[in-house]
Ligand binder design. Structure first.
Ligand code: PLP
Length: 355
């Protein structure tokens, strides 16, 4: 039976990424060695990093003066690297969910943290709109897509200070005006590569503004100066990321990824709104196109476990909602074909007919 992979992360990747990485793991470039066995300094590997950086810049239209870094540690290490590198006295954070809160927690170890707004009181079902970013903070941090709650900031915000964004789960799902940001980061395991890789897009002249000592490995400047090769970078995930970047380019780039994402999300949200059993959890105008969260209506609550079993038997994988929201979450990243979304919709309709 065909499996439809709705996992939130690590998650679905293009078939070409998986096949070409598997081939390189068996034999890298006809060298007789595995991708896992070669040095990151091997002359054959540098072109992989260079092409991945170049494609990142091309696909996202990254202006001059920015560096693309491939690091380890996950988005979670960035939660502390950001204040280490940018927080001299005070920073502003928009609290839109668990990941934003974790980022804030780390920043508090370095200085004062201003929470400009929060939707915690409504279990993060919406994106706060009416807030002001103080002009005297070192930076303003946002999480553009809240993977757990299924809310998303898709319209670029304005900020009077350096803006920093966690884009772990919506990078490459829409064109971004990079010039609005000092730094964009994320774990690669949602829309790009297997786990083990963190991407960072950093504006070079935003660095070097804090007075504290920054440990070498936690200093962005180290990685800018060494082209992500200060120490051994995650070789296999970087190769896989390059394959995904090539796939996105061949499919028509980020505009096409966005078109598909909007189409898939509209199909599924329409069904959620139409079906008598289900209801979406996120505020309609803040709905994420990547992570689609829904639950059973109050009067059908007791059917949740049945639907999960029903859908799983039909090949739906990873649709159980995060424990802090409950119900269901269908993550529809770039590599997810429309057919998988249609298969989930068919499941929802078949289940509705039974009840
Ligand atoms: C998954 C996720 C993280 C955590 O990423 P790790 O790479 O596991 O540290 C952080 N932020 C967001 C928005 C995420 O979706």
């Amino acid at each position: 039976m065909k499996k439809h992979n709705f996992n939130a992360g690590p998650s679905i990747l293009p078939q070409s990424t998986i096949e070409n990485t598997a081939k390189a793991i068996l034999d890298f470039n006809g060298s007789g060695l595995s991708l896992m066995e070669i040095s990151h300094r091997a002359k054959d590997f540098q072109p992989i990093v260079d092409e991945a950086v170049a494609l990142f810049k091309e696909l996202l239209n990254i202006p001059e003066g920015y560096s693309v870094l491939f690091l380890g540690g996950g988005a979670s290490l960035e939660f502390c690297m950001i204040p280490f590198n940018y927080l001299e006295k005070k920073a502003a954070y928009l609290n839109t969910g668990v990941w934003a809160k974790k980022a804030m927690k780390e920043a508090k170890g370095f200085g004062e943290v201003v929470e400009v707004a929060s939707s915690a009181e409504a279990n993060y079902t919406y994106i706060p709109k009416d807030f002001t970013v103080p002009a005297d903070v070192d930076y303003f941090h946002i999480t553009t897509n809240n993977t757990i709650y299924g809310t998303e900031i898709r319209k670029e915000l304005d900020s009077p200070v350096l803006m920093i964004a966690d884009m772990s789960s919506d990078i490459f799902s829409r064109p971004i005006d990079i010039s609005k940001y000092a730094l964009i980061y994320g774990g690669a395991q949602k829309n790009l590569a297997p786990a083990g890789l963190t991407f960072v897009i950093v504006k070079n002249d935003s660095l070097g503004k804090v007075s504290r000592y920054i440990p070498t490995m936690l200093n962005y400047q180290t990685h800018v100066d060494n082209g992500s090769m200060f120490n051994t970078p995650p070789v296999v995930p970087i190769f896989a990321a390059l394959e995904t970047l090539r796939w996105m380019k061949a499919q028509g780039g980020v505009k096409e990824m966005e078109r598909r994402a909007l189409e898939k999300a509209a199909l599924l949200y329409n069904e959620i709104d139409r079906n008598k059993l289900f209801v979406g959890t996120a505020n309609k105008e803040d709905r994420s196109v990547m992570n689609i969260c829904f639950v059973m209506k109050e009067e059908f609550k007791e059917l949740e476990a049945d639907f999960l079993k029903f859908a799983t038997e039909k090949g739906m994988i990873g649709i159980k909602g995060h424990r802090s929201v409950g119900g269901f979450r269908a993550s529809c990243y770039n590599a997810m074909p429309k057919e998988s979304v249609q298969a989930l919709i068919a499941c929802m309709q078949d289940f509705e007919k039974l009840h």
